[in-house]
Write a protein of this length. Sequence first.
Length: 377
Amino acid sequence: MAGTLGVGVIGCGNISSAYFRLSKLFQAIEVKACADLNMEIAQAQAKEFGLEALSVEALLSHSEVDIIVNLTVPNAHFEVSKAILEAGKHVYSEKPLTLSLEDGLALRDLAQQKGLRVACTPDTFLGGTHQQARALIDSGVLGKIVGGTCHVLSHGMEHWHPNPDFFFQPGGGPVLDLGPYYIGNLIHLLGPVRYVTAMSSIPQKERTITSQPRYGEKIPVTTPTTIHAVLEFANGALITLGASWDIWKHGHRNMELYGTEGSLVVPDPNFFGGDLLRSERDGEFEAVTAEHHPFGIPNQENPGGAVANYRASGLADLAVAIQTGRDARCSIERPLHGVEVMTAILKSAEKRQTLELQTTCTQPAPLTAEEAQSLLC
């Protein structure tokens, strides 16, 4: 390990706590300071996690900060990441990278001009179960992957989120909010997408908040909340993606992949772990014996039991990539391609047309157990 890179965080909302806590697992990074437009929130997080609370401007010019993590709301991602690059710092952004392909391309070009790196979540595909799925596919035991299904279905966020408005406005919706996990994992497992076709609807024109403190308040819905798409990958696989916030109950599994020699059930890519199931041709699905992988070991207690949570692993991988000159697994080319896939889904549904994508990318390198262990303290 060449050393430790200093990290700053812009945006001190709920997700920042996970970064502040879990970043301590990794030896290549050290969070030094945080900033938020609301200084009181920044100061509260700084006090809890032993950091320095700064203004955004002061953080951008901090001499000991090499990478800045962008945890702002999605519609601010582009402007904040651009400001980070213009300040001469590397960027690690929460998903989605941007809300348009044009903004994503602008960030990529600016980073290249500045000689800086940009990376973006999700990094959940680095989890032990997803890496095991990748190893099975790469080994050829499933044959050629020819198809698959993905389903991310629920009844929205107004039942539990205190301020759910933005989920139902342009820039929100299930594709841009949860799609990065599914599309990011598909890119990891199968590679880039070539064509997209989709249809969408807004079944409910308004939602009633049933969470506190705004119980009973009605909010308008101005972006599609039910979307069904077909993705044709460059390798020929056809994957259907169903994403909806209009579903009370369903029986679909999160992700299934179908090969010429067998099938694979992949757990929810929103998480690092879960159960992996495999069938040989027309055989029954059986659990794949879990291989030891550091990012598959449960390390967090949730109401449903212990889970593996290694958020910030992509940030640590970026730091090592900067130090060694190799490709970062969450490097901008992949989330940029993901942004085009997601926006093409919405555009295809609006235009009722099949769209060919402009961008492409490589698959990220697999993360072996040994490499994962080397990232940890």
